[in-house]
Design a protein around this ligand. Structure first.
Ligand SMILES: O=C(O)CCC(=O)C(=O)O
Length: 277
């Protein structure tokens, strides 16, 4: 249906010294023009075909959970089609994610979903290093990053001020103290001291370690915000919600991509050892 995009063959963009410095310092970087506009268009066209999926239903291996307000999520992006599969090891961020997760054993994507939202919607502030969560931790040791979860948030629409941009508290991936707003029960980032917006043009991506305090501003403009969220971690991770890749996806992925979606082939006893049904 879709031709293999030439970007698949492109060399990986390795993180620059400045990007590494900023990632270490602030906990996030902004990747401009991470995918081109024709790829953005392909992704949007395919997403459109899933917009009629009812809450808490599946189409094939794509799942739409119950609504969170007027925000719609679609899980298991790579089941939607080849333009989504290209994101698994996209050359604009693969080397960054490898460097920030660290180690030589490879990656695993433990969650991938589309977040589609309209006016009035926001994501409350969450995370922050003081929680010391292993799964989402930031770590740097002997010249190597060893982060537990690196998020790629890829904008499929322009998400500027007023459009509900992602917000982070820079540096909070190393904080020892809980942001006071957590105690006040604040649930929107717009009023959170020290939080900054990451405005993205469609095709741009934000890359951040999940333990940074983050969320998104309330969308005040009319229209729709579309963001794809892909979370990478070390190869030994497991899926956040227990989703499994379809056998068809595993069969059609090239080995480099398959290893990121399913680092280890499941090992099962041969049929004669299985209990009768
Ligand atoms: O959608 C956003 O801008 C924020 C995403 C977020 O909160 C998350 O990745 O946990």
């Amino acid at each position: 249906m879709f031709a293999e995009h030439p970007s698949v063959k492109k060399e990986n963009h390795v993180p620059t010294e400045l990007e590494e410095y900023l990632f270490d310092l602030r906990g996030y970087i902004h990747l401009q023009n991470a995918i081109d506009q024709s790829h953005v268009a392909e992704l949007n066209v395919l997403l459109d075909t899933y917009l009629d999926l009812e809450p808490d239903t599946w189409r094939g291996w794509v799942y739409r959970p119950s609504n969170r307000g007027n925000t719609r999520h679609l899980h298991n992006l790579f089941e939607i089609g080849e333009p989504f599969e290209r994101l698994i090891d996209h050359p604009s961020w693969l080397a960054h994610v490898n460097r920030f997760v660290g180690g030589d054993d490879g990656l695993f994507i433990d969650e991938s979903f589309a977040d589609i939202r309209v006016q009035g919607e926001a994501t409350r502030i969450h995370s922050g290093a003081s929680k010391r969560r292993i799964r989402t931790q930031f770590r740097y040791h002997n010249g190597q990053f060893r982060c537990g979860q690196i998020n790629i948030l890829l904008a499929l629409t322009n998400v500027g001020h007023g459009d509900g941009p992602t917000m982070v508290v820079p540096g909070s991936h190393k904080s020892n103290i809980k942001h006071p707003v957590f105690k006040d029960g604040a649930n929107s980032l717009d009023e959170v001291p020290a939080a900054v917006e990451i405005p993205l043009q469609s095709g741009d991506a934000a890359c951040f370690v999940d333990c940074i305090a983050h969320g998104s501003a309330r969308r005040i403009n009319p229209g729709e915000r579309r963001m794809l969220i892909i979370r990478y971690g070390p190869h030994w991770g497991n899926d956040r919600y227990g989703f499994e890749p379809s056998p068809e996806l595993i069969a059609r992925l090239a080995p480099e991509r398959r290893r990121i979606v399913q680092p280890l082939q499941p090992r099962r006893p041969p049929n004669e050892h299985l209990p009768p049904k």
